[in-house]
Design a protein around this ligand. Structure first.
Ligand SMILES: NC(=O)c1ccc[n+]([C@@H]2O[C@H](COP(=O)([O-])OP(=O)(O)OC[C@H]3O[C@@H](n4cnc5c(N)ncnc54)[C@H](O)[C@@H]3O)[C@@H](O)[C@H]2O)c1
Length: 318
């Protein structure tokens, strides 16, 4: 099998390490680089992942590298085609994603500056929270084209929605198709009108109240996991989402995915990073794909855009 390219994962915590392992197990990259500021952590995890290669049967090499306060160690990411940024604090029970903004903005600034210096041609996939704001900050700091900076949230939120619908109806997840747009937070916009089960509209199978219950559970999907874990946030489903996005980029697949992307005119919304469907390719976002929305869904999307726009303006000063 032809392997190609280099992908870096910044942050070797739960999200980053599971993403690195998934990327390596795809066996489609030449190299996966995992970096973190904690000395020895990425090196140790990389050693462990490489030792799983004979068992899992993949050849992709994993490199671990710790980095210093002045960017020491960042040479390891040179030539990366993709950089997945997971560096940042996760939520604790009772916290909103927005409570992380000041701390994670400082981390994002430091990381994005180093990525711009050492991997200027990379497509960035950000997952650090608050998602829409940190994605905007990554673009501001790197100065990369908007199309080269993507945030991960919609893939995860949609997967949560799909899982809840499948469980409710007792059907396979493969038979369910759902969609969420908007921001990764309180103004998430689940789109029931675009949801189907075996091609049938969801509204034929569940009452409006039942759908609303699943929508609410989806909106609070991250908090539900945080409340149970108590010491951190979700990472199995989130890492699956980020890894799939990186795969779509390196394979130039043209897949249409729900992601956080720069919206400039679509849906009548201008100049903001927001959850929408987009075609993903080697250059990042090829184009935003607009979908038919009900008046209520469109109003929800516009409301999410304005809420995110206000916060994205604030991050410039953080
Ligand atoms: N977008 C999503 O859907 C989604 C889902 C879950 C979690 N998250 C977010 O992902 C982020 C990471 O979550 P986690 O569970 O892996 O947390 P974690 O605490 O397990 O790991 C974070 C890691 O980042 C590292 N780090 C901190 N500053 C760094 C820097 N400057 N450079 C490199 N590494 C640095 C830490 O040392 C730590 O190892 C959090 O912000 C969390 O909110 C996003």
């Amino acid at each position: 099998m032809a392997r190609q390219g280099k992908v870096t994962v910044v942050g070797a915590g739960f999200y980053g390490s599971t993403t690195a392992q998934r990327l390596a197990e795809f066996d489609i990259f030449d190299e996966v680089v995992l970096i973190d500021i904690i000395e020895g952590k990425p090196e140790g995890l990389a050693l462990d992942m490489n030792q799983s290669r004979p068992i899992e049967g993949f050849e992709t090499k994993v490199t671990g590298q710790s980095t210093g306060p002045n960017g020491e160690g960042y040479e390891a990411i040179a030539g990366s085609d993709i950089v997945v940024i997971t560096a940042g604090l996760p939520r604790k029970p009772g916290m909103s994603r927005m409570d992380l903004i000041e701390t994670n903005a400082k981390i994002m600034r430091a990381v994005a500056e180093n990525v711009a210096t050492h991997a200027p041609d990379a497509v960035i996939i950000n997952v650090s929270n608050p998602l829409d704001e940190m994605t905007a900050l990554a673009q501001i700091v790197t100065g990369f084209d908007h199309s080269k900076i993507i945030g991960q949230a919609g893939m995860l939120d949609t997967a949560r929605f799909t899982n809840f619908v499948a469980e409710k109806l007792g059907v396979s997840v493969g038979s369910v198709s759902t969609l969420t747009l908007g921001s990764h937070g309180d103004t998430m916009v689940p789109v029931p009108s675009a949801c189907t089960v075996d091609g049938k509209p969801l509204s034929d199978l569940l009452s409006a109240d039942e759908i609303e219950e699943l929508v609410t559970r989806t909106r609070n999907g991250g908090a539900e996991v945080v409340a149970l874990l108590k010491t951190g946030s979700a990472y199995y489903a989130p890492s699956a989402a980020a890894a799939r996005m990186a795969k779509a980029v390196i394979e130039d697949s043209g897949e249409i995915m729900p992601v956080c992307a720069w919206v400039d005119g679509e849906y009548g919304i201008d100049g903001v990073y927001l959850g929408v469907q987009a075609e993903i390719g080697r250059e990042g976002i090829r184009k935003i794909v607009e979908t038919d929305l009900t008046d209520t869904e469109l109003a929800g999307l516009k409301e999410a855009a304005e809420a995110v726009r206000a916060k994205q303006a604030d991050v410039q000063s953080l």
